[in-house]
Ligand binder design. Structure first.
Ligand code: GLN
Length: 532
């Protein structure tokens, strides 16, 4: 078993997640079995209760784990499904250790960060490596070296190196190499300091990845090599890339793949980049272009909707069409009206929670329905389109979701029955992969090409079964349901270019070479709409 540990220095937001994903990809193309773990040194048990403005989107896995968005990147790059255990948090570690202490399992000992917390960290890392049968387990440690929060994790990583042997554990450190405008020179001092900090914790990096606008110059690489004590060929550039999917190839060109294989004494196949290259080529040579408006309330932080952004990138390559994303704050629609949506060839309303901005989303759904603009509503977007239809077509002026207006006289979206007695907010929604049965001959059937699918969920509310008949009568057709047939999963509107909604989140399972079918159809219809 081999381990690669990725740390970050100088500042956060260096793209450590993409670096980790790219290294994973490079090794996978050599026939290695690779898995990836994200460590988040916060006390939250998981990402589920956090606002997207904290760390971006909450990603959802097949097993229902609500995790850091980096796991979404790992899944997209590796094209593999990960589990909740692949996201280790301080919260999870402490909870286990304290529970063990309460059971008396420490046999009267004083329970301490070293060794008990570090043991639990290593136990979890090794367990994943073994269970997934990986040749290489890549572990990304969130935060920046020097943070108090990440100390136990770095200490555990150092111990892992001693225990597993230096041929089996590799440290990759990503840092910032800034350019001071007036001089125009790449500055290596921040990197030197951050490596010094890492060394003071007993960790000598094997590879340094320098983030800079441009490639690192020979001089910069020499300096980093000399002062940080790594071989010249182990100093790798991570320049700005047009697409994140280029990063593995940028690393590959610099020999990172061979270097890692050599260091870890791994023997693999010749790397296979054909499909990946074709994906990138199509992405970079579009024949057409469309604009999709994305209406949400967290639009000021693009990472809040990262899986939608990536799903649309996957579609863009598949259709050789540039997809411009126009991010629209739904509160702005409430203030200025839906006219700002004009010019978009398609409208997407992603998931969300709470009433702020929800009326603007309802206005956007109405605009799309009435103006025959291609529309996709996902989860909250699905629910609000149903509310809009109830208000303006069925004539229930006061229709709403009980999430937003508990006293509404027409609760067309209501709490799932099993949610009524739920008290804790964390991890209690209807989560993860669930089966959906699609009606034969429906548009959804045509889109998915099969009658049974599995998509990921994250919700507490659903379409109130009491109103289904009325919706159906007026043309809002539910063509996808859960296995019991009582839970609405997909709607499609008759006599509309494309007006669809899903209670599930198709964006979470979108992969570069297998884009989300619903996003694909949205863009196809947007192209059709544009050419009208
Ligand atoms: N707030 C809605 C619910 O809980 C929608 C959730 C979502 O969009 N993920 O059902």
């Amino acid at each position: 078993m081999k381990y690669i540990i990725v740390t970050g220095g100088v500042i956060s937001g260096l793209g450590k997640g993409i670096t980790t994903s790219s290294i994973a990809k490079i090794l996978k193309t050599r026939g290695m079995k690779v898995t990836a773990i994200k460590i988040d040194p916060y006390l939250n048990y998981d990402a589920g209760t956090m606002n997207p403005y904290q760390h971006g989107e909450v990603f959802v896995l097949d097993d229902g784990g609500e995790v850091d968005l980096d796991l979404g990147n790992y899944e997209r790059f590796l094209d593999e499904n990960l589990t909740f255990d692949h996201n280790i948090t301080t919260g999870k570690i402490y909870k286990t250790v304290i529970e063990r202490e309460r059971k008396g399992e420490y046999l009267g000992k004083t329970v301490q960060i070293i060794p008990h917390i570090t043991e639990e960290i290593k136990r979890r890392i090794k367990k994943i490596g073994i269970e997934s049968g990986a040749d290489v387990t890549i572990i990304e440690i969130g935060g920046t070296v020097g943070d108090i929060e990440s100390m136990p994790f770095l200490e555990a990583a150092r111990q892992l190196w001693i225990e597993e042997g230096f041929r089996n554990v590799l440290f990759v450190h990503t840092t910032l190499v800034p350019i001071i405008d007036v001089v125009g020179e790449q500055k290596t001092k921040p990197t030197q300091h951050s490596v010094k900090e890492l060394r003071s914790l007993g960790i000598q990096p094997d590879i340094i990845i320098g983030r800079a606008k441009e490639k690192l110059t020979t001089e910069t690489r020499r300096k980093i090599s000399l002062f940080c004590n790594v071989p010249y060929e182990a100093v790798i550039s991570a320049p700005d890339a047009k697409s994140i999917y280029e990063v593995p190839l940028i690393f590959e060109e610099q020999g990172l793949g061979e270097y890692i294989m050599g260091k870890l004494q791994l023997w693999g196949e010749n790397p296979e980049w054909k499909e990946w290259n074709r994906f990138l080529k199509n992405l970079k040579n579009p024949k057409d272009e469309v604009t999709i408006a994305i209406v949400g309330k967290y639009v000021h932080l693009k990472d809040s909707y990262i899986s939608h952004r990536e799903a649309l990138a996957h579609v863009a390559s598949k259709l050789k069409t540039k997809v411009n994303m126009k991010w629209i704050d739904s509160e702005k629609i409430e203030e200025d009206g839906p006219e700002i949506l004009k010019g978009a060839h398609g409208i997407l309303i992603p998931g969300g929670f709470g009433s702020r901005g929800s009326e603007g989303k309802i206005m956007a759904a109405k605009f799309a329905r009435e103006n025959n603009v291609p529309f996709l509503g996902v989860c909250f977007g699905f629910q609000l389109a149903v509310v809009e239809f109830a208000r303006n077509v069925l004539g229930y002026e006061d229709a709403n979701s009980t999430e937003l207006q508990p006293s509404t006289s027409a609760p067309v979206i209501d709490l799932l029955p099993e949610q009524r007695d739920v008290e804790n907010l964390g991890g209690t929604m209807r989560l993860g992969a669930q089966k959906i049965i699609i009606e034969k001959g429906s548009l959804a059937h045509k889109i998915y090409g099969k009658r049974e699918i599995e998509e990921r969920h994250r919700h507490r509310y659903e379409v109130n079964p009491d109103y289904i008949e009325e919706f159906e009568k007026k043309g809002l057709h539910f063509s996808g349901k859960d296995e019991s047939g009582t839970r609405m999963e997909i709607f499609e509107l008759k006599d509309h270019i494309f007006y669809m909604g899903s209670q599930f989140h198709p964006e979470f399972k979108s992969r570069p070479l297998r884009p989300s079918p619903l996003h694909l159809m949205l863009v196809k219809k947007a192209i059709e709409y544009k050419s009208q």
